[in-house]
Unconditional design. Structure first.
Length: 388
């Protein structure tokens, strides 16, 4: 057993020595091959045009509340989550990678000539290959990097991506605000007519029946019902605006529909006298509102007409505020991006990475030359064996 292990160890030692002998035998060829390859790579790296990379970065976008809280705290953002995107940062990345932004940069920097592209699609592909747009996972900061042989142009192009994104964002916001303004403008016209008609009806009723005011119970009933009705109108107004930019499956649409349903139920209970002034059906009967059916006919008519004026006034005030906000949103020209770093012309080249090229070529040529040495030795021995 020990003798067998000694023989195997001897054979293994001989094999290793044979390998080293082959390498030493062909060392001249290996050295020359590696040297020539490294020199050729070094010369090539010196001849290659220098490329510079400029980088700009922006903070992830914040969701803005496009409809401020109004009418008992109602109103919410109409952006974010409604478009089915993973995040607002993903939306920005998609906008930066859009053909519209690419074409804007191609025209702005005459990239058809810079890239010697015959067709616009070729220029788009070249720009895409020289541009890196990524979102950092940990903080969602968006980074835009552009490579170019001119360091100043590389920085200008990286900054141009941010400028075009800001321009596109403003345009989309203006379009959205314009739609809201038109929608609210139409609703405002309708409400103005409705308010004028309600006021005229109340005036004619008081004049015809010589009534100046209603009793305390009827007044409380009108005030409570009018407040609930105004909240319903506010919710329905917001729902109408939201549906212009969302789908029926949107969580916000579903929540608003549920809110409107609850408010209408509450209004019905007030009208039937089943809800107290505090909005609690379990309170004692003497604290409940008088049902509309028990209000005298003349008082009931006056209560309803007064309530209608109250409702129309509340709706008109709400729409007026939202209309003014929509006009301001449409007219504003403030930057939509939070820029973390603007790109500066890089001082050091990004490519070619000469040291890396030389090291890789040196290692590759070393392994390849050793492989050639063993291949030559193998074929040499094969020829010698065949002669014998």
């Amino acid at each position: 057993m020990e003798e067998r292990e000694r023989i195997l160890g001897s054979e293994e030692e001989i094999s290793l020595m044979d390998y080293l002998a082959v390498i030493l035998k062909c060392r001249k060829m290996i050295i020359i091959f590696c040297t020539l390859t490294v020199l050729a790579t070094a010369v090539t790296s010196l001849l290659l045009p220098k490329s510079y990379r400029a980088t700009a970065s922006i903070f992830p976008p914040k969701i803005e509340r496009t409809l401020p809280a109004m009418a008992s705290g109602m109103g919410a953002s109409l952006t974010g989550g409604l478009l089915g995107i993973k995040s607002e940062a993903d939306l920005y990345v998609g906008m930066l990678e859009s053909r519209r932004v690419s074409d804007a940069l191609i025209d702005r920097f005459d990239l058809m000539g810079v890239y010697k592209a015959k067709y616009r699609e070729e220029a788009r592909k070249a720009l895409k290959n020289k541009t890196t747009i990524q979102k950092r996972t940990k903080d969602e900061i968006i980074i835009v990097s552009v490579e170019d042989i001119d360091p100043k142009r590389a920085a200008d192009m990286a900054n141009a991506y941010l400028d075009e994104l800001d321009h596109l964002n403003k345009e989309l916001n203006i379009t959205e605000a314009g739609k809201k303004r038109i929608f609210l403008e139409e609703r405002l016209k309708e409400t103005r007519k409705g308010l004028a008609q309600a006021e005229e009806n109340l005036r004619e009723f008081k004049k015809g029946h010589k009534v100046v005011a209603m009793d305390v119970q009827a007044g409380a009933l009108v005030g409570a019902a009018g407040k609930i009705q105004a909240e319903i109108a506010a919710a329905e107004t917001e729902l109408g605006i939201l549906k212009e930019f969302s789908t029926e499956e949107s969580l916000k649409v579903i929540d608003l529909r549920s809110r409107i349903k609850e408010l209408k139920k509450k209004l019905a209970e007030i009208e039937r006298g089943k809800l107290s002034a505090a909005g609690n059906p379990s309170e004692k009967r003497d604290t409940l509102y008088t049902p509309f059916t028990k209000v005298p006919d003349l008082g009931l008519q006056l209560a309803r007409l007064t309530r209608n004026v109250t409702i129309q006034t509340a709706i008109y005030e709400l729409l007026t505020k939202e209309y003014e906000l929509a006009k301001m949103e449409e007219a504003k020209d403030t930057p939509t991006l939070q820029i973390l770093d603007r790109a500066l012309p890089p001082e050091k080249r990004f490519k070619p990475k000469r040291r890396q090229m030389v090291m890789i070529s040196g290692l590759a040529s070393l392994f390849f030359s050793i492989f050639l040495a063993f291949a030559f030795e193998y074929f040499k021995r094969m020829r010698e064996t065949s002669y014998k």
